[in-house]
Design a protein around this ligand. Structure first.
Ligand code: PLP
Length: 395
């Protein structure tokens, strides 16, 4: 039995996605660029997926959609592309709570002489917009901000931020990491000042290894991968037809499921969260209550170790996470929670639960039933008994 509450790490491929992909892994294997009749179906399938992604993004044109291999590639293409197209500008603004695929790239760029400002967040995980406003200057090539945080689910007001950026410096480009907002919010990019936005299929029930980048029609960037003419010369490499098909179908399904996400998944997430906060005396919510994507809850369990909680949950078949999947191999506390000033006492015992359309009421009930016992066991082993007693009595 697996109770999968780690959907911000990756999601299960939807059976309807797989069914649409299979013909392109079996009989329809033609290279879409070939000249014979056999490749027409493959090239039409890519065109259809591009139209589906255009709708998903709320873009103006299919030409604004580039297929990539993942969220990290989309981010790298956007960031490196904007900087290459604006060689005389050396200033970048981002946040302290971006995903590693963005933060590690900025650290590399700093070594190459770029000046990078990292905007902070408050204790609810919300961005300091005033600080951001002050930092924009004539030399700012790029602002790069995630739409929703992978660890806390906190949503940043990127549409308003896009307007602020353009009013302060119309030449500054704005890249949004949309990976964790996909399928959880309506993008409608054509009505915004967002220039570039990256997504990753495996976060919304397509397979791993496929992503996309939205590039607004008036934004010119060079390709990241140079070679053949695929993707109108913007991304070389024979197209991954089955996965592109899967991404398009997953995008359409995600749009159809948006209402379910915002009501039913939110209801289950809230049930899990309020249930834990009520039953477990040393639990605290690590983010803003309202300004979040509907599937994510990050809860700190004070004076105990998150890894121990995860191991006990794993024994019960429950999968959750103590940080982003990319950093959870290390025992370093999360950079996101540190930026929020989460107290030291809860920093090491923070767990992210993330739901999906496959999460059931029974799974939430089971987790609520088992978790208090797990925490009790670990609390009894904690060296912080005085502090825990104090906490218990103050509740
Ligand atoms: N951005 C965010 C916010 C993410 O959560 C992730 C993955 O966890 C990525 C980017 C990277 O996506 P991918 O794993 O497809 O490269």
């Amino acid at each position: 039995m697996v109770i999968y509450l780690d959907n911000n790490a990756t999601t299960k491929v939807d059976k309807r996605v797989l069914d649409e992909m299979l013909p392109y892994l079996e009989d329809e294997y033609a290279n879409p660029s070939s000249m014979y009749q056999f490749s027409v179906k493959s090239s039409k399938a890519i065109a259809q997926a591009r139209a589906q992604m255009k709708d998903f993004f709320g873009a103006k044109s299919e030409r604004e959609v580039i297929f990539t291999s993942c969220g990290s590639e989309s981010a790298n293409m956007a960031i490196k592309g904007v900087l290459a197209a604006n060689k005389n500008k050396r200033h970048i603004i981002t946040t302290k709570v971006e995903h590693a695929c963005v933060l590690n790239l900025y650290q590399t760029l700093e070594k190459q002489g770029y000046e990078v400002d990292y905007i902070g967040v408050n204790s609810s995980g919300e961005l300091d917009i005033e600080e951001l406003k002050e930092k924009i200057k004539p030399d700012t090539a790029l602002v790069s901000i995630m739409w929703a945080n992978n660890e806390t689910g906190v949503i940043f007001p990127v549409k308003e931020i896009a307007d602020i950026i353009k009013s302060k410096n119309p030449e500054t480009k704005f890249f949004v990491d949309g990976v964790q907002a996909s399928g959880k919010l309506d993008f409608d990019l054509k009505s915004t000042n967002i220039d570039l936005l990256g997504v990753s299929g495996h976060k919304f029930h397509a397979p791993k290894g496929i992503g996309a980048l939205y590039v607004k029609s008036d934004v010119i960037i060079p390709p990241l991968i140079v070679g053949g003419h695929q993707e109108r010369g913007m991304r070389a490499g024979t197209e991954n037809v089955p996965y592109i098909v899967g991404l398009g179908v997953a995008a359409t399904l995600a749009q159809d499921a948006l209402k379910y996400e915002l009501t039913e998944i939110k209801r289950l997430r809230d049930k899990l969260e309020t249930g834990i906060l009520k039953r477990v005396f040393n639990a605290r919510l690590n983010s803003s209550i309202s300004n979040r994507v509907p599937n994510t809850s990050n809860i700190g369990f004070e004076y105990i170790e998150g890894e121990l909680i995860l191991l006990h949950l794993s024994d019960l078949g429950i999968c959750a996470s103590s940080g982003s999947a990319c950093t959870s191999g290390s025992l370093e506390p999360s950079h996101v929670l540190r930026a929020m000033g989460v107290p030291f006492t809860a920093l090491h015992g923070s767990i992210r639960f993330s739901l999906s359309r496959y999460t059931t009421e029974e799974e939430i009930d089971y987790t609520l039933d088992k978790l208090p016992g797990v925490i009790d066991k670990i609390v009894n082993l904690s060296p912080y008994q005085d502090e825990l007693n104090h906490l218990r009595n103050s509740k």
